[in-house]
Design a protein around this ligand. Structure first.
Ligand SMILES: Nc1ncnc2c1ncn2[C@@H]1O[C@H](COP(=O)(O)OP(=O)(O)OP(=O)(O)O)[C@@H](O)[C@H]1O
Length: 603
């Protein structure tokens, strides 16, 4: 087993699907932003004022042309110049305010989304992790939410600014001259239609690009995590090749998206500026025939420019929005699936009861992993562990030993029969009670990045320094840790790489001792330690097992021989059960294994 001391007990669902896509509509993102309505209201006010000032510029232009630069001017040029400077300053203040508020709220929303997503992932049932690659999940957390972040921060703020500017500009166009504005009425629906069709394509492509990136991240993560294996087999070149292939796939898709973007951006820009050419042409004739003043045409052209620039910017943003929607579909898909899994299986009947005795019972248990529905793993397995007893599970590799530990941890639901703790089915215990009552020492203990003391405290964060030291002393871990210059505050690497195998095991034993669970699952390490280290680990384990019900996934004869009870598994079936002496006498599978191993040990 690879899981660590603390069993996660979120209940399993029988259909672990790879991360699904969800339909995302803007209401969902808006709902995320709704708790921040106050700064958003202020931001919107700044937006309206800032954009309103921008929309006033063409009017200033009209006044300058018609009433300052013409003969018999009504205003001084300097008055107009100063007024304009004042306006610019005011606008700058509101633009900054709008930018700051929208960006901060956006960052906040995405930070919350990331936290929700992480909780949704870490709380999923074990079968979900069997079916999903780690890299894919980290990619969802990092790159998909990053895309959403850029959209709900800067992009949203810009879209609102230019949206208001485009709509305001259009209104002013109609107010200034209806006839000229009809030209716009022809162009706009064309732009809108193209934008929608284009958005749909980009959104789909984006999802594929993000999927491809997630794929390559998984590959990289697997090979980096397993770098020792890669190195020792000299497979760096092959891994590089696999990663480049995956990256190239995402690049090809991204290039297609860029081609689409280029055509769309170019097309919209052309349409916008072509409209201006037509306006100058038609409007110029209106001025020549004195149906319009030169100032009005100036203001008009400025408004058209505003509308054109706004549409141009928004078409660029549309690409980003479409990309973010693709990413959002993945993120919300994960969130939804987690919520469903929880609703489907969350049936806590008891919340206060605690595991006090440590009586374990497997009653006619049959089990199949949800990810491999065609290969049943356990068939009709029954055994009983009285409080304080040590039961060793033995059997060939793949016989189902770790599966028994997985079921006792509550990681999966059984198909038939029941697993119970203190006469209550595992599924009926609250998550908290299970976590408190069960402890595990894994075959290859995982130490998280942090100090040794933090790692020991993992099972009981509130433990005092004195308790941590006592646990470490009992686990034979105190003396070697104290020999480090920083003692208990020594930082262990990502996976505790700076500690030797035996040292890591002793830290993991200290962790379990500190947690002090009623029931212990001990996945014995397969790799042999040197004699001295082995003795220290064995002593620590004996202290840990003392007085607890212990399920041992046993690999060593010495451990098995000291158990109260042995269960022999063969291809998921329980073949023999009894005390070591009984089984030896019966002369069955166990007796043969002892013989074989004894020969091994002698040779
Ligand atoms: N998470 C999983 N998803 C699907 N199948 C699994 C999973 N874990 C184990 N299996 C399968 O279940 C069977 C029993 O595996 P299990 O790990 O319980 O064996 P084991 O007796 O502990 O073996 P070992 O001594 O090698 O660790 C094997 O065929 C294995 O391939």
């Amino acid at each position: 087993m690879t899981a660590d001391d603390t069993p996660s007990t979120s209940s399993p669902s029988s259909h672990p699907a790879p991360p699904p896509h969800a339909r995302v509509d803007w209401r969902r993102l808006v709902a995320l932003a709704s708790p921040h309505w106050r700064p958003l209201a202020l931001a919107t006010l700044s937006l309206v004022i800032g954009s309103g000032i921008t929309l006033a510029y063409p009017q200033v232009g009209r006044v300058v042309v018609d009433e300052v630069l013409s003969e018999g001017a009504r205003y001084e040029l300097s008055t107009v110049g100063l007024a304009l400077l004042g306006l610019f300053l005011l606008q700058a203040v509101f633009v900054s305010l709008r930018y700051y508020l929208f960006t901060v709220v956006g960052d906040r929303v995405v930070a919350d989304l990331r936290k929700d997503l992480y909780s949704a992932i870490i709380g999923r049932e074990m079968a979900f992790f069997d079916a999903t690659r780690t890299g894919e999940l980290t990619s969802r957390l990092a790159s998909d939410t990053q895309l959403l972040q850029s959209v709900v921060t800067t992009n949203l703020s810009m879209a609102l600014r230019y949206g208001v500017q485009a709509i305001g500009g259009l209104i002013f166009l109609f107010v200034t001259n209806v006839k000229l504005s009809l030209v716009m009425v022809v162009v706009l629906p064309v732009v809108a239609g193209v934008a929608m069709a284009y958005g749909r394509r980009v959104r789909k492509l984006s999802r594929h690009v993000q999927d491809a990136i997630a794929d390559s991240t998984s590959l990289a993560e697997e090979s980096i995590a397993g770098v020792r294996t890669v190195r020792s087999f000299g497979r760096e070149a092959r891994e590089q090749e696999r990663y480049s292939e995956a990256i190239e796939r995402s690049f090809t898709l991204a290039r297609t998206r860029a081609v689409l973007g280029a055509f769309f951006g170019g097309g919209v820009t052309f349409l916008a500026y072509a409209t201006i050419a037509v306006i100058i042409w038609v409007g110029g004739q209106l001025v020549l025939s004195e149906a319009m003043s030169p100032g009005e045409l100036t203001a008009y052209i400025l408004y058209v420019l505003f509308v054109a620039v706004s549409l141009g910017v928004m078409s660029g943003l549309w690409t980003d929005f479409a990309r973010a929607l693709g990413a959002g579909e993945r993120v919300f898909g994960l969130l939804d699936a987690a919520a469903e899994a929880r609703v489907a299986t969350h049936d806590e009947t008891t919340t206060e009861a605690q595991i006090t005795r440590g009586h374990v019972r497997f009653d006619h248990v049959s089990f199949t992993y949800p990810t491999r529905p065609t290969a049943p793993v356990l068939h009709d397995v029954s055994f009983d562990m009285q409080p304080g007893q040590k039961l060793a599970v033995v059997g060939a590799s793949g016989a189902g030993k770790s599966t028994i530990a997985n079921l006792l941890s509550g990681f999966y639901e059984v198909d038939q029969g029941s697993v119970s703790l203190d006469q209550r089915a595992i599924a009926d215990w609250s998550e908290e009670a299970l976590r408190e009552g069960l402890g595990m020492v894994a075959q290859e203990p995982v130490l998280f990045s942090g100090t040794v003391a933090e790692n020991v405290r993992y099972g009981r964060p509130e433990a005092s320094d004195q308790e941590v030291r006592e646990a470490m002393a009992a686990a034979n871990a105190l003396s070697f840790v104290e020999a480090f210059p920083e003692g208990l505050d020594t930082v262990v690497g990502e996976r505790g790489v700076r500690l030797s195998g035996g040292q890591k095991q002793r830290v993991a034993i200290a962790r379990a001792l500190l947690k002090d669970p009623r029931v212990l699952i001990l996945d014995e390490a397969t790799s042999a330690l040197d004699v001295e280290s082995e003795k220290l680990v064995q002593e620590a384990l004996d202290r840990l097992m003392e007085g607890r019900t212990t399920l041992i996934i046993a690999h060593r004869l010495s451990t098995v021989a000291r158990a109260d009870q042995i269960v022999v598994l063969e291809r998921g079936e329980l073949k023999e059960q009894g005390s070591p002496a009984e089984l030896l006498q019966a002369g069955g599978l166990y007796a043969r294994m002892v013989q074989l191993q004894a020969i091994d040990e002698l040779s």
